[in-house]
Design a protein around this ligand. Structure first.
Ligand code: KG4
Ligand code: ZN
Length: 386
């Protein structure tokens, strides 16, 4: 087995242009993330075409920076890994085209990585760094971000050339992803974009028990729907569009629209509004609403995930993706998870949101197994993780 290989990872699936060099799936030599938030902020959400153009502008500099931070050169790296999907097709194409060109020019292997597998390997990368090489399998992984709310059972298969991983999906959102719900509710309440981080901060200032919003109201029949192919495995699906609609109705029935518009107008004059600016323009009714929304969503995510852990009798739980940066979510998973006898692991906050170190880390087992991409692979917006 080769231990000392440096893999350059490239990630462009959404609104972050990222490159990183990771040695042997464990040592993060560099991790550069160029966020496009400023370019999308005026639109209140990610505009796919703007994302592609921004990636094209940033990618050369970001990759150079990642190599120089890692004290590596184009020649010294052993392989190039790139996000294959899921994500925005035009955004993915920028990273893939660039990675293909590099691999061709340098005559180095190219490795295609599923973005969701990357989020799972962000946890593995840091657990290895902490010296934790003993994990109980299968691992239950909740990938919870702006585009995804997925539950997987992750298994590792050891073989002479290293290891391979397989993933069984046992739950997903039927409509909005959890991060999308955070962002849409924040947009409705004029709390900026992306809304998750600000909802997280503001929630500490409101009463989370003021209101209760029902989580996924999946019918019994749906909840027990069999996963395709697998015999009678229970599923744990999520749904957040109902909660979003309930918040909208709450805003209307409690006549919050005038105060929302006042806040929107006042904060449009502040170039980069901070927590204090939002607090100065949020009354108690709004702070209670924000805290109650977050509590309701966290209750649903934690409750369903722990139900799944019990049903599948797992001992290790990974919680990863942008929403895993949320403070209340982390606290609740830690408390309720340890009560349920689970070892709960998260990535550090910089590795919770999109980055390329997770792509380089997920590529390492594929590098050892010589599982290389051919030059005719392309972006797959709806790529499934198996
Ligand atoms: O993983 P990520 O960077 O990109 C996707 O693959 O989608 O996740 C971005 C999402 C956004 O919806 C953002 O609002 C949410 O993660 N997010 C948070 C927090 N930080 C980021 N949501 C709640 N609390 C946070 N602290
Ligand atoms: Zn992501």
């Amino acid at each position: 087995m080769q231990y000392d290989s440096a893999i350059l990872g490239i990630e462009t699936s959404c609104d972050e242009t990222a490159a990183a060099v990771v040695r042997s799936g464990e040592a993060m030599l560099s991790n550069v993330v160029y966020s496009q938030i400023a370019a999308h902020q005026p639109y209140g959400g990610v505009v796919p075409e703007v994302a592609s153009r921004e990636h094209l502008k940033a990618i050369v500099g970001v990759v150079r920076q990642a190599l120089s931070d890692a004290k590596q050169t184009y020649e010294s790296i052993d392989a190039i890994a790139v996000t294959h999907g899921p994500g925005l097709a035009g955004a993915l194409l920028v990273g893939i085209s660039y990675a293909k060109a590099l691999a061709f020019a340098l005559d180095k292997p190219l490795i295609a990585v599923n973005h969701l597998e990357g989020h799972i390997h962000a946890v593995l990368l840091e657990e290895r760094q902490k010296g934790n090489h003993e994990l109980e399998f299968p691992i239950l992984a909740l990938v919870v971000s702006g585009g995804h709310t997925h539950l997987y059972l992750a298994r590792r298969l050891a073989h002479p050339s290293g290891e391979s991983w397989s993933y069984e999906n046992i739950g997903r959102t039927r409509d909005d992803a959890a991060g999308e719900a955070f962002d849409k509710v924040a947009k409705l309440l004029a709390l900026g974009y992306p809304g998750g981080p600000m909802v997280d901060k503001l929630s500490k200032h409101g009463n989370p028990k003021a209101f209760k919003f029902a989580g996924s109201q999946l019918k019994h029949r749906d909840r027990n729907e069999k996963s395709s192919g697998a015999s009678d495995r229970p599923r744990f699906d999520f749904s957040y569009s109902g909660m979003k609609t309930a918040i909208l109705r709450h805003v209307e029935t409690h006549n919050l629209k005038p105060s929302i518009e006042d806040r929107r107008n006042a904060l449009s004059l502040v170039s980069q509004p901070k927590l204090e600016d939002y607090l100065g323009h949020c009354d108690h009714a709004t702070l209670d609403l924000v805290a109650s929304f977050q509590r309701s969503l966290v209750d649903d995510l934690v409750g369903k995930t722990l139900e799944a852990a019990e049903a599948y009798n797992v001992r290790s739980l990974f919680v990863t993706g942008g929403v895993a940066a949320n403070n209340e979510l982390r606290d609740r998973f830690e408390q309720d998870g340890s009560r349920a006898g689970l070892k709960v692991m998260f990535p550090s906050r910089p590795l919770s949101t999109d980055n390329a170190a997770m792509i380089a880390a997920a590529a390492y087992p594929k590098f050892l197994a010589k599982d290389f991409a051919t030059m005719d692979f392309s972006a797959e917006a709806g790529l499934v993780l198996r």
